[in-house]
Design a protein around this ligand. Structure first.
Ligand code: ADP
Ligand code: MG
Length: 342
């Protein structure tokens, strides 16, 4: 439903031209949660502004439901933009208005009569889990509650697309989880298409179906979240994935330590999808090849399309035993990667 075709956005700055978005092609399907991840300055916010027509691309087009919003202007653009809503990192609420009045605001602008407005506001308050807080002012709310108001307000006029620019980046981890769950819930309930921008891979893992990775204005990798987590290709994607898999420096240090002290063995990273039973396989290779296996680090992550397990093991044995054990693992749809000395 959203087709981004060869878009490039060049800004003219004092120090010359800057390509904030560099020949990007993406296709976002109806009803999916699509994530765009990148470090600061990658061009994510520029992408979002191109998506909602706030900014015109230097070249290329953005087709939303068959309409090229990069070429639209005036009433056509205004109407197209009503179908695209947005939430922000710092909520952008009206501080002198109550929760109800904040949510009613876009309805007032759209000319919805008073009674219908009140009814819709009530529905939205319930949907985002703010029942009983309608008369509160933003200053009386927690960060998570403020973002719930932001979400309710964004949904007021039944948009087709919700754009989220770092919508959880100002929230603590627990509140982030609850806001992500709310977005997932809304996506399932009303089939809303969500485009979410973040610099945090766990946000992508938790709710996105597909992801595009941006670096210096370019999309360097894209695909299904589970697939990207299991087999990241670009170096930057590998960084994001290990960040989200909790691969800490302590873990790296303990791997280095084991490698230094066991020259005969190898550290192997195993990745498996869904319910692949790694335990029986590991006992099998221990028995079959007379090797010693130590578990270094393990983690199971849940994505919207299944679980992904990562296990770091140390296999101690002769090179032949280790090679034979690896070949058995490979037959079990377990992705294996030997971690070499740094
Ligand atoms: P992100 O959201 O990924 O951090 P942005 O899209 O905000 O990245 O910015 C991408 C690049 O474009 C940055 O180098 C930024 O400084 C530059 N940029 C963004 N907006 C403008 C603008 N209006 N004028 C000039 N440069 C800009
Ligand atoms: Mg940004």
């Amino acid at each position: 439903m959203i087709d981004i075709q060869n878009i490039t956005k060049v800004y003219k700055t004092k120090s010359g031209e800057l390509k904030a978005v560099d020949n990007v092609n993406l296709s976002i399907k109806n009803g999916e949660i699509f994530g765009i991840i990148g470090y600061s300055g990658a061009g994510k916010s520029t992408m979002i502004r191109l998506l909602n027509g706030l900014e015109k691309p230097t070249t290329g087009s953005v087709i939303v439901n068959g309409q090229d919003i990069s070429k639209a202007s005036g009433t056509t653009l205004r109407e197209a933009r009503q179908k695209i809503s947005m939430i922000f990192q710092h909520f952008n609420l009206l501080w002198s208005r109550t929760v109800e009045e904040n949510i009613a605001f876009p309805l007032e602008i759209a000319g919805v009569p008073k009674e219908a407005r009140a009814k819709r506001v009530e529905e939205l308050i319930e949907l985002v889990g703010l029942s009983g807080r309608g008369k509160a002012y933003p200053s009386q709310l927690s960060g998570g509650q403020k973002q719930r108001v932001g979400i309710a307000r964004a949904l007021a006029n039944n948009p087709e697309v919700l754009l989220c620019d770092e919508a959880t980046s100002a929230l603590d981890p627990e509140t982030t989880e609850s806001i992500l769950e709310l977005l997932l819930d809304i996506n399932k309930k009303i089939g809303l298409t969500i485009v979410l921008i973040t610099h945090e891979m766990h946000v992508i893992r938790k709710i996105c179906h597909r992801v595009a990775v941006m670096e210096a204005g370019k999309v360097v990798e894209q695909g299904d979240v589970l697939q990207v987590f299991q087999q990241p290709q670009a170096p930057i994607t590998k960084n994001f994935v290990s960040q989200a898999s909790g691969e800490t420096q302590e873990m790296q240090a303990s791997i280095e330590h084991i490698l230094a002290n066991h020259p005969s063995g190898k550290i192997v990273k195993l990745s498996f999808v869904g319910q692949t039973t790694e335990q029986p396989v590991i006992s099998q290779i221990i028995k079959q090849f007379d090797i010693v296996v130590n578990i270094v680090h393990g983690k199971i992550s849940t994505t919207t399309s299944g679980s992904l397990g990562t296990l770091y093991i140390h296999i101690d044995g002769t090179p032949d035993q280790v090679t034979a054990a690896l070949s058995v693992l490979a037959q079990h749809e377990i992705q294996t990667e030997v971690i070499e000395h740094a």
